[in-house]
Structure formats: structure tokens, C-alpha cells
Design a protein around this ligand. Structure first.
Ligand SMILES: Cc1cc2nc3c(=O)[nH]c(=O)nc-3n(C[C@H](O)[C@H](O)[C@H](O)COP(=O)(O)OP(=O)(O)OC[C@H]3O[C@@H](n4cnc5c(N)ncnc54)[C@H](O)[C@@H]3O)c2cc1C
Length: 303
């Protein structure tokens, strides 16, 4: 029996949804990418461990995604298995006066709401960042002066060989869009504990809404994208530099430097991986020539 069929049987055993030859357009906010051989929606740590054991013992390539909000997938797709940490792998619990535990598939914005409802402050900055808490920890997501580093306490993760381990914040090597998990993609996050401070729900809510409104006002949320396309260079902002270089609105095929926010490359319709890469390469070249800044891509390339 081909490996894909064996994997489908395993998914059935664990009640985990899967799709063969699934387009990555359906699983990335950029709406770009070819097909994956199989996409399995991970609904628990046990499912993850079982699938990993199979994938490892059969030497099959895999890639973990959350909601795909920071992923740029190749037009040629992925010749392996996508393990999507799904919304079915989602739970949140208040475990002490200040701490919340949650599983990796929980939506980051839902966690923010849960914290607010439990009178806990610290996650306001994250409200409106798309994606899962697992993806947010991997990326050390941040906005408006806050980052995951400020609120994470510890995380539980698994290795493809079945080991389950805990890592404390101090060992996570968290810095701007970087973590120990981004250094080692074999570490798959399953659970996290966030440590917050007591606060007043109405004040927390009003801060969350204020920041969400800022996003709506400034970001081109009406188009598919992966958020900020370039990392913030030391001493400036990618959007500012790109705008100063006159590159707002520049496009290649369906990919365009947003006219609303020049830090975002958007998919104006039918953009391909190749077009996004061509556009971002051109932007980087011009920026380097005119300003000396070397811009780095923020989204993770899936190929
Ligand atoms: C409109 C828009 C606005 C955005 N605004 C912001 C912002 O303000 N600040 C910001 O920091 N980001 C922002 N982003 C980017 C993105 O939302 C974040 O990086 C988010 O945290 C990614 O979460 P995800 O679940 O979608 O991860 P994905 O994009 O699916 O994956 C990102 C990386 O994390 C890895 N990963 C995911 N889950 C796990 C897991 N459980 N274990 C191990 N590795 C894992 C993947 O392999 C991949 O390498 C924005 C994106 C969009 C589209």
C-alpha cells in the first residue's frame, strides 16, 4: 500500500481530518502555493506523535503549519506531508491567579479574549495578529511595543522521535521574530503557559479594540498577504524605507507592494510564489542601492 494510504488510515484511527493533493492556497493567508501530497489536521498531541512516528520511520518529508499566516508556499507545492496544527487542537485554561495554559492550535486572538475575560492583562498587543499561539511562539510575534517574549512562561514540545520535553522562557532564545523553535524545526510545540498580570477587563478590552482599529486603518486587510513582508531593519522601518524609495504600488503580476502599507506585499489576484519572489528581490535590490539597508524576508518559505 502506498505510504499516503497508510497515513490516511492512521488519520482515520485518530479522528484527524486529512486531504490528499491539497492546495496550499487553502491553508495560507497569502492564498499562494501548489499542492501538498497530504495535509493532515492535527487535533491532539497523541495524533501528532502517531503521525510523526510513521513519518520518521518511513523517512517521509513533513512541514508543520499553524494558520499559514506567515508562510509563502512554492508554486510547485510540497512533496510530503503538511501537519497543520488545527483549530481542533485548541483549549485554554486558567491555571493560577496569573497563568493561562493553552494548546498550540488555539487562535492567538481567542487567547487574548480569554485573558481579558479572566481579568488578565499583557496580551493586548497581540489582539488581531492572525494565527495560532504555536505559530506566534515560533515567530516570537509582536506588535505595538509588545512581543510573545514578554508573556510566555514555558512550552511543551515533541520531537519526531517521540520525546516530549518542556522548555522554560529563558531557554527559548527569544528575540525579534526568532526563537529556539525557528532554529530547530524538529521541535513541535504542543502546549504553552502564559504568565500575565491582573487587570481590569474594560481597560484591557478598550486597549485591544484601539489596537485592532489601528490595524484596520493602516493594513491592507482586504487583500491576502502574509503580513509584514520584510523584517524591521536595525534603526528604521521597512515600510518607511520602501516608501522613501518610491516603491509603493510596484507590482509583478498579481503581487504588489501595497499602496496602503508599503511593508506589505499583497496578492491582488492570482499572484504566484515566483511573482512575489521577483517583486521582493527587486524591492531589496533598489532599497540596497538607494539606502544601503539590506531587507530580509519575514515569511517562512515552504517548499
Ligand atoms: C494581516 C496580517 C497581519 C499580521 N500582523 C502581524 C503582527 O502584527 N506581528 C507579527 O509578529 N506577525 C504578524 N503577522 C504574521 C503572522 O500572523 C504571525 O507570524 C503568526 O504568529 C503566525 O502564526 P501561524 O499559526 O499562522 O503560523 P504559520 O504561519 O502557519 O507558521 C509560521 C512558522 O511557525 C511554525 N509553526 C507553526 N506552528 C508551530 C508549532 N505548533 N510548533 C512548531 N512550529 C510551528 C511553522 O513551521 C512556520 O515555520 C501578520 C500576518 C497577517 C496575514
Amino acid at each position: 500500500m502506498p505510504y499516503i494510504d497508510k497515513l490516511c488510515r492512521l488519520c482515520d484511527q485518530f479522528g484527524c481530518e486529512y486531504r490528499k493533493n491539497e492546495s496550499l492556497k487553502n491553508h495560507t493567508t497569502f492564498k499562494i502555493g501548489g499542492n501538498a501530497r497530504l495535509l493532515a489536521e492535527i487535533n491532539s498531541e497523541n495524533t501528532l506523535l502517531a503521525l510523526l512516528e510513521f513519518l520518521k520511520s518511513n523517512n517521509i518529508k513533513f512541514f508543520v503549519i499553524g494558520r499559514g499566516s506567515n508562510i509563502l508556499a512554492d508554486d510547485n507545492g510540497f512533496d510530503g506531508v503538511i501537519l497543520k496544527i488545527a483549530s481542533s487542537f485548541s483549549s485554554m485554561k486558567k491555571i493560577s491567579d496569573t497563568d493561562i495554559s493553552c494548546t498550540a492550535g488555539t487562535s492567538l486572538s481567542e487567547l487574548c479574549i480569554f485573558a481579558m475575560e479572566n481579568s488578565l492583562s499583557g496580551l493586548e498587543f497581540a489582539y488581531g495578529i492572525p494565527g495560532t499561539v504555536g505559530g506566534a511562539l515560533y515567530m516570537n510575534a509582536g506588535a505595538y511595543g509588545g512581543e510573545i517574549k514578554d508573556v510566555i512562561a514555558s512550552a511543551r514540545y515533541v520531537y519526531p522521535d517521540g520525546k516530549i520535553l518542556i522548555v522554560e522562557k529563558e531557554q527559548m532564545k527569544l528575540s525579534y521574530r526568532h526563537s529556539i523553535f525557528s532554529e530547530n524545526r524538529d521541535m513541535i510545540i504542543t502546549d504553552m503557559i502564559f504568565s500575565l498580570k491582573p487587570g481590569k477587563p474594560d481597560e484591557i478590552k478598550s486597549k485591544m479594540n484601539e489596537l485592532l482599529q489601528k490595524r484596520r486603518d493602516k493594513q491592507p486587510l482586504e487583500y491576502p498577504s502574509a503580513g509584514s513582508t520584510f523584517k524591521r531593519p536595525e534603526g528604521s522601518y521597512a515600510s518607511l524605507i520602501i516608501e522613501e524609495c518610491g516603491l509603493k504600488g510596484m507590482s509583478v503580476g498579481g503581487a504588489q507592494v501595497s499602496e496602503k502599507h508599503s511593508g506589505f506585499v499583497i496578492n491582488k489576484g492570482g499572484a504566484s510564489f515566483k511573482e512575489v519572489i521577483e517583486l521582493t528581490d527587486r524591492v531589496r535590490e533598489i532599497v540596497k542601492e538607494k539606502t544601503g539597508y539590506s531587507l530580509e524576508l519575514e515569511p517562512i518559505i515552504l517548499k
